[in-house]
Structures are given as C-alpha cells and as structure tokens.
Design a protein around this ligand. Structure first.
Ligand SMILES: NC(=O)c1ccc[n+]([C@@H]2O[C@H](COP(=O)([O-])OP(=O)(O)OC[C@H]3O[C@@H](n4cnc5c(N)ncnc54)[C@H](O)[C@@H]3O)[C@@H](O)[C@H]2O)c1
Length: 342
C-alpha cells in the first residue's frame, strides 16, 4: 500500500483525493489544510486532517506527498518535504519564480529525494501515443504548431486572490505552463519566445489573454493563443477529458504540422496527402485510437513507482523549472515587446 499525504484540499486537491481513492494499492494517509475545506475533504475520504504540512510530514506515515496549495507555497512546502526525505509531487507551476524553482532542484538533487511536477498531460494516453508517433518519424520533420487554450472561466474563479494577481495568477502561469510543458515534451526544447498580452476584458493586474510565438531549437515554430476570457471549446481542458469537471468537445486544440503528415490533438487525426505531399494533392485523415485512462490516476501510479525507487520522474523539478523559465520569458516579452532568448 502506498500512503499518500495531501497538502491543500482545494479544487485539484479533490481531484488527487479521488484518484487516490479509486486506485488500488493507494491510501489517502492524511490531509493538511488549515481551512474548513481541509477537514471536509478529510472526512469525506475517511482520512485524518492536520493543521499544517509540518504535522503531516512528522507523522512518519506517508510514503509520498502531493502539494496542491497556492503557487507561492509550493517551494517552501516542497523544501520541507525534501528535508524530511519524502518523495513529493508538487502541482504546477513548480514555483512562482525560476530562482525559487532552482532552489528546489538543488535540494532535490543534493538530498536524492525525487520531486515530480504535476504536468499530468504527459501521462495522458493521447500524449503518449503522439510522442510515439512523432518519434517514429511518421510526421517527418516538425515544421509548425498551432494551439489554442480558450478557457472562459466563471467570475467567482477569481474570488481567490492569488488567481488574479501578478506573480501568482493569470493564464500564463496557470494555463500556458501546461502548453509549454506539452510542446517541450513533443516537439523539443524552446529557444526563443515572443508574446503580446492583454488584460482588456477582465481588467485585472494580470493578463487575461496572450498571443505567444515559440521557436524550437530544431527550427520549428509555434503560435499559441491563451485566454481565460474567450468563449470556445478549443482547449486541451475542454477536449481531452482529463477531468469530469469539464465537458468534452470533439474538436482539436493542437495542430502539429510535419513535412510528411500533420497530427491534431487530442482527437489524434493524422492528415496525409493521397499522393505527393504538396498543397494541390487532396488530403485525408485517419483517426488513431487509444484507450482512455485518467491521467491523474496514471500520474499517481507513476508517483508510487518513483516513491518505491522503481522509476525516475517523468517530469522532475528540473523540467518543471525549465517550463517556468519559458513562461517567465513569455511574460518578459509581453512587458518589453522584445523577443526573448531562453
Ligand atoms: N495539474 C492540474 O491540472 C491543476 C489544475 C488546477 C490547479 N492546479 C494547481 O494546483 C494548485 C492549487 O490550485 P487549486 O485550483 O486547487 O486552488 P484552490 O485555491 O482551490 O486550493 C488551494 C488549497 O490550498 C489550501 N491552503 C492554503 N494555504 C494552505 C496552507 N498553508 N497549508 C495547507 N493548505 C493550504 C487552501 O485552503 C485550499 O484548499 C495551484 O498551484 C494550481 O496551479 C493544477
């Protein structure tokens, strides 16, 4: 039995509690959250509640912890878990600054205590298949990617202060970081970014919409539009079925164009020409089939394997820190109007 301690009992904390409860071989060993949400979630899932993460870490009864608190608490809490020698999955973004993230990378590596970052999409069966297809060369050299994340969030989402404040909230830190991690995983390392940001719709300090261009080390380019104010189904979250909180729409959110073929996600259509690969030749699409598995459950099983010393983290602290560095460069580009090398 792998005993998991959960720190933070909010929206994503509940998702983790559900994944733990539904996965054989895992047990929710305790919940640390000083607010009423903590006691309520602990009672619902039949686990003890602790006033803070120090109490939970001190029980000696957890094999791994999941940190699902507001962004600015990730690093201080993860450093405490690492100091206690407990393998830790920290929610994304790993930190609020890459300097802070580097401190966690250093502590994890110095102590030999694994830190995983909650970029759960890498555990989605669609992403696993896409990664295999790209690696097999079926698309040819990747040339261009276009992606949208239209996520019209309700007004009360922003009642929680950190979600509307510069430095902790906004769709760059909250949403774009998932896109960055996904594209680095599928297409490769990012070398330059350029971005525009707008807060015209919600009027917060932090952006509500961004248009971002990414340049990959291998030469591919990507264009992304991310918004928490725009209506539309074109986002990973509203198409991929990651969470029962969201309806699923049968449209794509990501288009990956290679020299030979193109791939859309998450619907896994592969577009190929009927003859020579040039624009006057008609194209057809074949749909790849995968068996759906809840990526939070797959991520949890992976955490169990890492905690048991059977696997290395798929997204470790170094990877999470790199994702954050790219998002920082996006924010810097939007503020200065310059292309930023990373
Ligand atoms: N991977 C994903 O799909 C995903 C999805 C949503 C959120 N997230 C990330 O998860 C984190 C939490 O997001 P959320 O939407 O669940 O936020 P939330 O505000 O709903 O929940 C945060 C929880 O942390 C608790 N908390 C605050 N201070 C605490 C402390 N000192 N000790 C223990 N608990 C404390 C709060 O009481 C609350 O229950 C954020 O970093 C967010 O970016 C990840």
């Amino acid at each position: 039995m792998t005993r998991i301690g959960l720190i933070g009992a909010g929206v994503i904390g509940r998702t983790h509690a559900q994944a733990i409860a539904s996965t054989p071989g895992f047990e929710l060993a305790g919940v640390a959250d000083p607010f009423p949400s903590g006691a309520a979630l602990a009672e619902e899932f039949g686990a003890p509640v602790y006033r803070d993460h120090h109490e939970l870490l001190a029980t000696g009864g957890v094999d791994a912890v999941i940190i699902a608190t507001p962004n600015d608490l990730h690093v201080p809490m993860a450093l405490d878990a690492v100091a206690a020698g407990i393998p830790t999955l920290v929610e994304k973004p790993i930190a609020t600054t890459s300097a802070e993230a580097q401190a966690l990378v250093a502590a994890s590596e110095a102590r030999g205590v694994p830190v995983l970052v909650g970029h759960h999409r890498r555990h989605h069966p669609v992403v696993r298949r896409a990664k295999e297809m790209i690696a097999s060369g079926r698309l040819g050299r990747i040339v261009a990617v276009s992606a949208t994340a239209f996520l019209r969030k309700p007004s009360d989402y922003f009642d929680v202060a950190w979600r509307r404040e510069h430095g902790t909230g906004g769709p760059f830190l909250i949403n774009l970081i998932h896109e960055v991690d996904l594209l680095r995983h599928l297409v490769g390392e990012i070398s330059q970014v350029s971005a525009l940001a707008s807060s015209a719709t919600r009027g917060f300090d932090v952006e509500d919409t961004g248009a971002i261009a990414l340049s990959f080390a291998e030469g591919a380019l990507a264009g992304l539009v991310v918004s928490d104010a725009a209506t539309g189904p074109w986002s990973w979250d509203l198409t991929a079925g990651d969470s029962p909180r969201f309806p699923v729409h049968d449209v794509d959110s990501h288009r990956i164009g290679g020299e030979r073929a193109a791939l859309t996600l998450p619907d896994l259509h592969v577009w190929e020409h009927d003859g020579p690969a040039e624009w006057t030749t008609p194209q057809h699409a074949d749909r790849e089939q995968v068996v759906f598995e809840d990526p939070y459950v797959v991520q949890l099983r992976h955490l169990g394997e890492v905690a048991a010393g059977l696997a290395a983290p798929l997204v470790d602290a170094r990877e999470g820190a790199r994702d954050l560095e790219i998002v920082e460069a996006v924010t810097a580009s939007a503020q200065t109007g310059s292309v930023v090398a990373v």
